[in-house]
Design a binder for this molecule. Structure first.
Ligand code: HEC
Length: 328
């Protein structure tokens, strides 16, 4: 019997990883469990600013290409090989810094084994002003003018609370503060940590937090906010009243919240708002369209738009009929 040494050594690590709770696969949530790893470790080189090897992972169509994911077969996945295979040491990704942690590798592996799909997930469009003409400076460029670096002490306090707190780009002192992975949860009281950096915060992620309508009064004091994630919270109409002065807001995610049409009235002054997600809220199609009319350029997403579904052709009909015309 051939030993298949190479194959085995390449995938020895994979086998070791298998020991970790495969049952997690059922509850794996791409946006919550997997995306943050790509966002933290890959986007700087494969995102809006740089596209090494023409790969741009903030666009899930690219990230979920079969060549990268292996379409459910982990041994065929380029992503997996580059993050986990000891034989791929020289090409290891991320291209800089520490390798991914064991837990991160396991999460990506579970996601890949589940088919490596991101259907129904709303891409974060990392770059505010994404899709504008290249000559027009983005809001974050303008808002950062003359701004010095955020105070270290304030950043350290945010990080101690479990937030990711960092400049949005190497040459931009505006901050991204992301509480989505704060292990002990985040509530109204924690938002006081934002006060010392109120002039710096431009992206804020409070998804899944216990922040309340009243707590959003702290967010009203962040005049440079361009993006805010409030999905999976109990935020309702009263909370949105605190957002109506955030004149630079471009992206607002209210997926799975208590917000209804009345709350949308508070958003009408936000003339720069371009993306609003209202999936699983109490808003109606009518309310959503009325807001779109009030704010030119706004796109409201009310229903989950699934990525194109693979259509399986019944094996006894039409087999291969599509592939044959491809070769010319
Ligand atoms: C510091 C920059 C940097 C980071 C961070 C980074 N990459 Fe890369 N990536 C590169 C460069 C440069 C290349 C071009 C090929 C090479 O040098 O290996 C590349 C190429 C790739 C390729 C294509 C390889 C091929 O053979 O076509 C994939 C897939 C990839 N990276 C995945 C990732 C993943 C997944 C992450 C995060 C875990 C990541 N990269 C993080 C710089 C980076």
């Amino acid at each position: 019997m051939p030993t298949q040494r190479n194959v085995i050594s390449s995938f020895a690590l994979l086998t070791a990883l298998l020991l970790v709770a495969p049952s997690q696969a059922q509850t794996l949530d791409f946006g919550k469990d997997v995306w943050p790893i790509f966002e933290e470790r890959c986007i700087e080189c494969h995102g809006p600013d740089e596209q090494e090897e023409q790969l741009r992972f903030d666009d899930t169509e690219w990230l979920t290409e079969e060549e990268l994911t292996g379409a459910g077969d982990i041994t065929e996945s380029l992503i997996y090989r580059l993050i986990a295979d000891p034989e791929a040491e020289a090409d290891r990704m991320p291209g800089e810094g520490d390798p991914l942690t064991r837990e991160q590798i396991v999460l990506i592996r579970l996601w890949l084994e589940g088919g490596g799909k991101a259907e129904g997930w709303v891409p974060p469009e990392l770059l505010p002003g994404h899709g504008r003409g290249a000559s027009e400076p983005s809001a974050v460029t303008v808002l950062a003018e003359g701004l010095t670096a955020a105070p270290e002490k304030a950043l350290a306090a945010l990080i101690a609370k479990g937030a990711l707190a960092m400049p949005i780009a190497q040459d931009n002192s505006l901050l991204r503060v992301d509480f989505a992975r704060a292990e002990n949860g985040v509530g109204d009281g924690d938002l006081a940590l934002l006060a010392p950096v109120s002039d710096h915060v431009t992206w804020l992620n409070l998804a899944g937090s216990t922040v309340t309508d009243a707590g959003l009064s702290a967010v009203a004091k962040l005049p440079k906010l361009t993006r805010i994630h409030l999905e999976h919270t109990k935020i309702g109409d009263a909370g949105l009243a605190h957002l109506s002065n955030l004149e630079h807001l471009e992206y607002l995610n209210l997926y799975d919240t208590e917000v209804g049409d009345d709350g949308l009235e508070h958003l009408k002054p936000l003339t720069h708002l371009r993306k609003l997600y209202l999936l699983d809220s109490n808003c109606t199609e009518e309310g959503a369209r009325a807001l779109e009319e009030a704010i030119p350029g706004l796109e409201v997403t009310l229903l989950i738009e699934f990525a194109p579904v693979e259509i399986e052709v019944a094996p006894d009909e039409e087999e291969n009929s599509d592939e044959e015309d491809d070769d010319n």
